[in-house]
Design a protein around this ligand. Structure first.
Ligand code: ZN
Length: 283
């Protein structure tokens, strides 16, 4: 029997901070669930740390100085979770799929943190695929409830990168007249999966996908949630994206993005939503 793990997911206890905010805490319960439920074919791995040089590709030296001179636990978390995204780029190009339990990426701007996001790992990942692996056509799919205005600011002018952003809330929205850019803010849950399909069509032909797999469109999340977006819809969404990658032979990496507690949703419930992504992307 072949027991070789088929999907490597990057995670380290350094990702986690003591915080009120799910963005900095939820990786731990997700890792626990992966271990305790022994999801077949998934192996957790500790990543390397990202370097300051890698962060400087998208963030200003002054902003990074502030992080380097600031709270050291936060810096440790950011370097570990960005390192995980970078390792997942390399691993996805070997195995087909990989992931990192990183979140808090897509609102980060060149000079500042925004909307719980400090370092834009999505853009740093795309740059690694372009500059280190010499790919020339990359897609970034952002299905977080909120728009990825940080990603657009940082890589919107790169003709080698196509953006597809389907949101349920206009926070951090962006505008472009370029055909390679696609943004849709969905207001009616009945249209959601249809818009995800359109976004995937927009990405036809990319050589590599960076997927920001937010669970905050879920109706039970108190930040971002849209009535009618159920767990079942999100499960179908993850299957759509993973099947699209398989059918089109597109290597992909995913990260967690948003996902928040609500009146009837505790942190374990949030973690279980993120497992939907992991389950659909097992190679
Ligand atoms: Zn969000």
């Amino acid at each position: 029997m072949n027991t070789k793990p088929r999907t490597r997911i990057f995670y380290d206890d350094d990702y986690v901070l003591e915080s009120e905010l799910e963005t900095r805490t939820k990786a731990e319960p997700i890792a626990k669930l992966i271990r305790s439920e022994n999801i077949p074919g998934v192996e957790l791995r500790s990543p390397r740390k990202a370097t300051r040089e890698e962060l400087e590709e998208v963030h200003s030296p002054e902003y990074l100085d502030g992080l380097w001179n600031g709270i050291q636990d936060l810096l440790r978390s950011l370097l570990a979770s960005t390192g995980g995204v970078l390792d997942a780029v390399d691993q996805a190009l070997i195995d087909g799929f990989s992931g990192s339990l990183s979140s808090g990426l897509h609102h980060a701007k060149r000079t500042h943190e925004e909307g719980f996001c400090f370092i834009n790992g999505l853009v740093i990942a795309a740059l690694r695929a372009l500059n280190v692996h010499k790919l020339t056509d990359i897609g970034i799919l952002d299905l977080d409830a909120h728009c990825g205005g940080g990603t657009f600011q940082l890589i919107g002018n790169d003709a080698r990168v196509r953006l597809a952003d389907v949101s349920t809330n206009s926070f951090d929205s962006w505008k472009s007249f370029e055909l390679r850019h696609h943004l849709k803010v969905v207001r009616d849950a009945n249209n959601y999966l249809n818009e995800v399909e359109k976004a995937l069509k927009h990405l036809s032909g990319v050589q590599f996908l960076v997927y920001n797999a937010g669970m905050d469109p879920f109706e039970g999340c108190s930040i971002g949630g849209l009535t009618g977006i159920t767990r079942e819809i999100l499960q179908r969404r993850e299957k759509l994206v993973a099947d699209w990658c398989r059918e089109n032979k597109v290597p992909a990496l995913y990260v967690l993005a948003g996902g928040y507690e609500g009146p009837n949703l505790d942190l374990e419930g949030v973690a279980r939503l993120h497992l939907l992504t992991i389950n659909e992307f097992v190679n």
